[in-house]
Design a protein around this ligand. Structure first.
Ligand SMILES: CCCCCC/C=C/CC(=O)SCCNC(=O)CCNC(=O)[C@H](O)C(C)(C)COP(=O)(O)OP(=O)(O)OC[C@H]1O[C@@H](n2cnc3c(N)ncnc32)[C@H](O)[C@@H]1OP(=O)(O)O
Length: 719
């Protein structure tokens, strides 16, 4: 809806009304059309101001409408009518002017923004392009290079940058609507021809071809298979090379392709899923809206290895006081230096003062006595962690939340070391903890809703996408990684190379294939876990039993590499070779290839040709199957939780929506059929056996993802 009033005698004021972000729903578009007509036909009105209610101009088109049959007046003619008006129209921009919201403002003759406002064309992040004239007006207004930057990245700019670029005409620290009304009065009756952006010639850079080729190459490289950024470049190129009307035709044509693409659906799903995961629930019925978090002002981090340092930085940057504890003097000194460096670099990037004085360092764990919340981040060893939790239980004042950053160990077992297991949760950060967006908040059977709510709120404050999950080995992310990596190892045994597997996964859209990733994170990490699980025995005898553990197929390839001291990048050798330890450029390693040949020969394995399709199906469907098991077990409340964990923590390409969304796109029947096929070929691999929830969903007609919870509920009620 849009409200209309006449203010200061001669200014028609149109207020967009669609909480919370005044999205351009059909009703709002109709409201704009009606009120603009009313203002233009009222002889008392000499100029018009468009603003949004509740301190936000407009968050763009209503994304919820995209899935349905769109009705109501279309945006393009509506914006053209505003631009063609014979009375000046001024946009008063507070809060945000994004997507269609900014395109609406670009159709106005003047734009006045509040100093705290943010502007942008983020359509590319939704798999779209700014198709209400944005790709044609913005380059005409601010030039081709700047428009390409904003449109292909979707980044939001501050009012100050918008003023510098020429997107807005004026910035105010005071009431934007008052400033816009005053301004509208001052321009009433003035000629408007020079204010209609669509009539501007597009500035044509002299090196046009080179410019577009360079941008296109950069965009293709970073897009990892996403089509929208490429279409954005093509649309802006039309602005630079064709008259406005033809440019608009090209914009429409490109948008039509994007609008119906699976990628747009995936990205729009991610937009809502990212927000939905904050509305967490636990199997015992506890929920986000009935659980009150406790404020956390002072926190402690125990253990200042890589993870502890990153967590300390993230907490200090959030504004908390932090006690950072490391018992070894040398490590403490090194950590202090590293943390200060990270804080200084971060502060420089953001143009703020480094939060160095928020941190006190100590070698004595007694220093954490008066904090609100502790995050334990010591070495991944149950014995050591148990000792720390016993100490914390006796040192911390009553009510202190005790959190562990373990990536796989039993949170409940740690909780049982304390007098108040209800105050214990996992806060599983991802390395580097001050950069990575994901936080798994792990609740055990005894964790209180308040402890979960507090960890979730702290995660949000830290700028993380926090996902609440149940306690099981590996939680959600690492549990699903196990079958994925296992399949990759088996593919090597059967004839693939690390290069072939990685290429298939990188073409799918992962930033790194499984073997390059394993080299980066260190092969010894998994080795230690496998040893702990009794799977890896150094020097296991060759022959068939070496490839069977606990009655199922096992690949000792990773263990054999570790036995050779090949831990990945840090040792300069792993699945690939590197120029020197610590170097990041992976090169194919002839040693590894002949090692694989020797291994196959020793075990009587005959290499066969493996194609990309098999790599993807076996690695991804095994991972997805485990995702269904996780839903079946109630470890994740819904598919969105799993998808956001994979998008934000494991490099799953966002334009493919996450593993569970992807399964829906491929078709649950097809995933089931391929898993059955592979399980028949490899009956000794339980991860390939389709789980009951997948069978159940297919039997229920493969409902859309938002209906899966109903099927899961039914399944649980029958157990
Ligand atoms: C074939 C031709 C078709 C032509 C179609 C024309 C195409 C136009 C292109 C567009 O305009 S696409 C939309 C572009 N806009 C955006 O991408 C902005 C998205 N929103 C945001 O970035 C943020 O929400 C915000 C505006 C910066 C506000 O952030 P804040 O942190 O304050 O709140 P949120 O939690 O993010 O959002 C609150 C609430 O509002 C919902 N929401 C936000 N934006 C939209 C939107 N554009 N459409 C529908 N709903 C929106 C969001 O989902 C939250 O809802 P919840 O239920 O509370 O989770």
């Amino acid at each position: 809806m849009a409200k209309y009033s006449r203010v200061s005698g001669s200014v028609g004021l149109i207020t967009l009304q669609n909480p919370p972000v005044n999205a351009l729903s059909a009703a709002v578009r109709q409201g704009i059309v009606d009120t603009v007509e009313r203002a233009l036909s009222d002889p008392k009105v000499k100029s018009v101001v468009i603003c949004g209610q509740n301190g936000i101009f407009c968050g763009g088109a209503d994304i919820k409408e995209f899935g349905s049959n769109m009705s109501g007046p279309p945006l393009v003619p509506m914006i053209h009518a505003i631009e063609a008006a014979n009375k000046p129209v001024v946009a008063a921009i507070e809060g945000s002017a994004l997507g269609g919201g900014l395109e609406l403002a670009l159709g106005c003759h003047y734009r006045i923004a509040h100093s705290k406002a943010r502007l942008g064309l983020p359509e590319v992040t939704l798999g779209l392009l700014p198709a209400a004239g944005g790709t044609q007006r913005l380059p005409r207004l601010i030039g081709v290079p700047a428009a390409l930057d904003l449109i292909t990245t979707g980044r939001h700019v501050t009012a100050a940058e918008a003023l510098q670029l020429g997107v807005v005409d004026q910035v105010t620290d005071h009431s934007t609507v008052d400033a816009a009304v005053k301004f509208a009065q001052s321009v009433a009756g003035k000629p408007l021809d020079a204010r209609r952006i669509s009539t501007y010639p597009c500035p044509r850079p002299s090196d046009l071809d080179a410019l577009f080729e360079g941008v296109m190459e950069k965009v293709r490289q970073s897009a990892r298979g996403a089509i929208a950024p490429v279409a954005c470049v093509q649309a802006v190129r039309a602005a630079a090379t064709q008259p406005y009307t033809q440019g608009m035709e090209r914009e429409k044509e490109l948008m039509a392709t994007l609008f119906t693409s699976g990628q747009a659906r995936a990205l729009q799903y991610c937009f809502f899923a990212q927000r939905a995961v904050s509305r967490w629930s636990m199997p015992n019925g506890a929920r986000w809206d009935t659980s009150k978090p406790r404020p956390v002002h002072k926190a402690a981090v125990i253990g200042l290895g890589t993870m502890g340092r990153g967590i300390t930085v993230a907490l200090a940057q959030t504004g908390l006081s932090v006690i950072a504890v490391e018992t070894q003097e040398k490590q403490l000194m090194e950590a202090k230096q590293a943390v200060s460096g990270m804080l200084e670099r971060g502060a420089k990037r953001r143009g703020v003062a480094p939060a160095l004085d928020r941190i006190s360092y100590s070698r004595d764990i007694q220093a954490v006595a008066d904090v609100d919340l502790v995050i334990e981040a010591v070495f991944e060893d149950m014995g050591l962690k148990k000792k720390v939790f016993q100490q914390l239980a006796s040192i911390c004042r009553p009510g202190t939340f005790l959190c562990t950053n373990t990536s796989a160990l039993d949170v409940d077992h740690l909780a049982s070391q304390t007098h108040n297991p209800e105050l214990v949760v996992g806060m599983h950060f991802f390395a580097p903890a001050h950069v990575m967006k994901l936080l798994e908040v792990v609740y055990g059977p005894r964790s209180s809703p308040q402890a979960v709510a507090t960890a979730m709120q702290l995660g949000k404050k830290m700028g993380k996408i926090s996902v609440a999950v149940g306690n099981c080995p590996g939680f959600v992310g690492n549990r699903m990684l196990k079958p994925y990596m296992e399949q990759a190892f088996f593919l090597l045994e059967e004839g693939a190379t690390p290069e072939l597997v990685d290429r298939a996964l990188e073409e799918f859209g992962f930033p790194m294939g499984v073997f390059r990733m394993s080299d980066l994170s260190g092969l010894d990490v998994g080795w230690r876990v496998r040893k702990g699980d009794g799977l890896s025995e150094p020097g296991a005898p060759s022959g068939q039993p070496a490839r069977i553990r606990q009655g199922r197929r096992y690949s000792p390839l990773g263990d054999l590499l570790c036995e050779q001291g090949r831990f990945g990048q840090k040792t300069g050798r792993g699945w690939y070779q590197y120029n020197k330890p610590g170097s990041r450029v992976a090169r194919s390693d002839p040693w590894l290839h002949s090692f694989l040949e020797g291994y196959r020969a020793r075990h009587g394995l005959v290499a066969r040709r493996i194609d990309n399709q098999e790599v993807l199906e076996r690695c991804l469907y095994a991972l997805i199957n485990e995702g269904f098991r996780i839903l079946e077990d109630g470890i994740a409340a819904g598919p969105e939780d799993i998808d956001m964990i994979y998008v934000f923590g494991y490099g799953w390409p966002r334009h493919r929506g996450g593993p569970m969304f992807y399964a829906g796109m491929v078709g649950l029947g097809k995933v089931l059929e391929r898993l059955e096929h592979y399980h028949q070929a490899h009956p000794d691999v339980p991860y390939l056996k389709p789980c009951s929830l997948l069978w159940r969903l297919v039997a229920s007609g493969s409902p859309p993802l938002h209906k899966w919870r109903e099927v899961i509920k039914k399944l649980h009620s029958q157990l």
